[in-house]
Ligand binder design. Structure first.
Ligand code: NDP
Length: 493
């Protein structure tokens, strides 16, 4: 075993108290973990669908029965209120259940129609495990986010090496230990800890795929590193999600949902509402309702606060820069402002009439601030929402089904919630992911299982046919007959 050269501390965002110490793992140590994973992957894959399902459900049972313990740890290390932590873990449990129970149905070998020219072939698709999947996770949803990769990758028959964020290693460690209790035989899910360099080592370790969730700039670095070894990547990156409110929307519902989408988790949510485009006819009424919701919030470090402190201290400066830029450029601070930004806690900030080229509109803020701008109609709202280089998710509020569907079809994002926010996170069968600068590839659902499988096509001759095409013994007459058949079949369109 290589010598551990260094350690780092995980600290509580509430009071900076040290929670745990972890090794900063170097490339050699990461490679060693991946070597063990490769052996475990073979064992796990050979277990077959039924045995893997049994073990994954055992892991899920541990998460479910120890839900409160894990929620308390998430509160301590990430800073979010305990009930938000519970909700996050419940979503992770739902997804693990779905992945365990649906993997065989989605990924088992299946027959496809061979087509007229190859009618004598038994044609099949199989989805084989990739081997070892490296999962790199963020700190904002430290259970839900990595589990979206881990459970699906495991269900597809892979071993997993998890690199959690340097801000939430204890939560990553809890998950790995819990899985180890459910599956003690082999290190099918392992932990590596450290900073960005450790993640980079994982990208270089010849794992069979990297599933990355984090910011867009880091995603680009991950992709560049993976290019060195042609390691496939799945990138779940940042967002600048918009909510669109039409003139006929239920404004009370929209304000309630958007307040939660913008301020819950202190706005540190990839699909957090950061921009709102409201029909000008109901703009003032909507802003008043949203402001009332924001004023009722009580952020703090307590377990039952509305939302907690900022988990990553450096993000506070980003939030301050965005708010300052917007106000200096003429935005109206309806609730909060620069004074809302404390050392670790940030009070809710609502800015209206924010110039569209401000950082508050263009860049991911990742804090409890929201920009609300009026628009002529829902079409303009869609255009403005689409003007962002990000394309993770969006929400639309209207009482017209046609308007909702029309906007949803035009929005250039991976996920749309109608009269709700981020609802697809709770529907395990729905894929999760974005477009543009928000990344590519899909987690969750059948697509999320296939992300962690290698597609293989096989053909086997069922019975010989007189027209054999793949032989030098083929007569010129064969091609002539085939040509005639093709003309009859396809030549009349
Ligand atoms: P970062 O991009 O800072 O970090 C993400 C992970 O990448 C961390 O584990 C980090 O390690 C690691 N990392 C850093 N540098 C490298 C590198 N060069 N090579 C490999 N790995 C590296 O994101 P945050 O943790 O700050 O998370 C917040 C971001 O995540 C936001 O942009 C948010 O939108 C996005 N996100 C996206 C989601 C989605 O589904 N699309 C869901 C949740 C969050 P370390 O922490 O040690 O630096």
């Amino acid at each position: 075993m290589a010598v551990v050269k260094d350690t780092f501390e995980s600290r509580s965002p509430a009071d900076d108290r040290v929670l745990a110490t972890f090794p900063v793992m170097n490339a050699e140590q990461v490679d060693e973990v991946v070597d063990f994973a490769r052996i475990a992957a073979r064992w796990w894959s050979d277990l077959g669908w039924a045995e893997r399902r049994k073990r994954l459900l055992r892991f899920n049972a541990i998460m479910a029965t120890r839900l409160d313990e894990l929620a308390e740890l998430v509160h301590e290390e990430n800073g979010k209120p305990t009930d938000d932590a519970r909700l996050e873990i419940i979503l992770a449990i739902e997804h693990t259940n779905w992945a365990a129970k649906n993997a065989e149905r989605v990924l088992r070998r299946r027959r496809v129609m061979p087509g007229l020219l190859t009618l004598n072939q038994d044609a099949r698709i199989s989805y084989e495990p990739l081997g070892v999947v490296g999962v790199i996770g963020p700190w904002n949803y430290p259970v839900f986010t990595p589990i979206g990769s881990i459970s699906y990758a495991l269900a597809a028959g892979n071993a997993v090496v998890l690199k959690p964020s340097e801000f939430t290693p204890a939560i990553g460690s809890w998950l790995v230990d819990a899985f180890g209790e459910a599956v003690p035989e082999q290190p099918v899910l392992q932990l590596i800890t450290g900073f960005g360099e450790t993640g980079e080592s994982l990208c270089r370790s010849h794992v069979d795929k990297i599933s990355f969730t984090g910011s867009t700039p880091t995603g680009k670095r991950v992709m560049a590193t993976c290019a060195e070894t042609l390691t496939p990547v799945l990138l779940e990156c940042g967002g600048k999600d918009a909510a669109l409110v039409d003139h006929d929307a239920d404004l009370e519902l929209a304000a309630d949902v958007i307040a939660f989408g913008a301020f819950s988790n202190g706005g540190q949510t990839c699909v957090g509402v950061e921009r709102v485009y409201v029909h000008e006819r109901v703009f003032n009424e909507f802003v008043a309702k949203l402001a009332a919701k924001a004023m009722a919030l009580a952020p703090g470090v307590e377990t039952d606060a509305s939302y907690g402190p900022m988990t990553m201290p450096s993000q506070i400066n980003v939030v301050r820069d965005h708010v300052r830029d917007a106000i200096e450029r003429g935005a109206n601070a309806v609730i909060g402002g620069l004074d809302s930004i404390g050392n670790r806690l940030i009070g809710p900030v609502i800015l209206t009439n924010v110039p569209e080229d401000c950082s508050e509109i263009q860049d991911e803020t990742f804090g409890p601030t929201v920009a609300v701008n009026p628009v002529r109609d829902l079409d303009e709202a869609v255009d403005r929402a689409n003007a962002s280089p990000f394309g993770l998710s969006a929400s639309v509020f209207s009482s017209s089904r046609a308007a909702l569907e029309n906007a949803a079809a035009r929005l250039e994002v991976g996920m749309v919630s109608m009269n709700s926010w981020a609802m697809s996170a709770g529907v395990s069968a729905l894929p999760w992911g974005g477009v543009g600068q928000s990344g590519f590839g899909r987690l969750h659902g059948a697509d999320g299982l296939r992300e962690f499988a290698r597609t293989k096509s096989t053909v086997r001759e069922w019975f010989p046919i007189p027209v054999d095409l793949t032989t030098f013994k083929r007569s010129p007459r064969t091609a002539e007959v085939l040509g005639t058949i093709v003309k009859i079949l396809y030549g009349r369109a």
